[in-house]
Design a binder for this molecule. Structure first.
Ligand code: HEC
Length: 213
């Protein structure tokens, strides 16, 4: 009896394997063929959240950065800002010192905690993403080549921030390469310096800073 049951179970398993194996391989192929890192949009112009940005290239993690000299210190509230870029764009930057079309850069904020596990001093990141923004280069789509999108979460669609918003002004005036803050991305700054792609405004600002020191 037991042998019979086992035999019929084996048949069921074999049938299941025959049915599921080709299906699984077909699905895997579809995923590989999809342009996993190019920007996607809805018909109404919202940006689709990049599903796998946590597998992209990590550029930096700034903590409590603020760009106003009068910014108040907030000792009880610290935030990390992590920056990621799609791998194709990163590789292209290493070759050329600047960003190709379809570059997608993610700024993800996470809360900085002090107390947890064995930690006695310093900060670590904890909890879900509490802020999520994208800077995307899509030359055919945006008149200024680049655009900013703000997202309610890393899985919701992003809203286009209109040209003229402070995001564009500050990035254009102060960012080191092609409106991106490469001066804060330690693996990229030396590349831009050696390829001669640092912006004129950034170089003037740096010269003024060192003269004022
Ligand atoms: C006063 C200047 C300033 C303003 C205004 C500003 N940013 Fe930035 N942004 C920065 C700096 C500095 C960095 C580098 C951050 C780091 O090193 O962690 C940055 C980095 C970024 C990045 C990572 C990619 C890149 O371009 O380097 C994104 C995305 C971003 N900002 C989105 C925004 C959005 C969206 C807004 C408007 C809502 C905005 N920023 C407004 C200064 C600014």
């Amino acid at each position: 009896m037991l042998a019979k049951v086992l035999a019929s179970m084996a048949v069921v398993c074999l049938v299941a394997a025959i049915i599921t194996v080709p299906d699984a391989s077909r699905r895997a192929k579809t995923v590989l063929a999809a342009p996993a890192t190019s920007p996607g949009y809805t018909t109404s112009g919202e940006m689709l959240p990049p599903a796998n940005y946590r597998e992209w290239i990590f550029l930096t993690s700034g903590i409590d950065m603020n760009y106003s000299p009068k910014a108040p210190d907030m000792p009880d509230h610290s935030v990390f800002e992590n920056v990621f870029v799609n791998p194709e764009a990163y590789r292209s930057f290493l070759e050329s010192g600047t960003w190709p079309d379809k570059t997608v850069m993610v700024l993800e904020a996470r809360e900085a905690h002090r107390k947890g596990s064995i930690n006695e001093r310093g900060h670590f990141q904890s909890g879900g993403a509490m802020g999520f923004e994208i800077h995307v280069k899509d030359e055919a789509r945006f008149p200024g080549k680049w655009a900013f999108f703000s997202f309610d979460s890393s899985s919701s669609n992003g809203t286009l921030i209109p040209q003229g918003a402070p995001c564009y002004t500050c990035h254009t005036a102060h960012a080191a390469v092609d409106t991106t803050f490469v001066q804060f991305y330690p693996t990229l700054l030396p590349v831009a310096a050696s390829k001669g792609t640092l912006s004129k405004l950034y170089l003037q600002e740096e010269a003024a800073h060192s003269a004022g020191k």
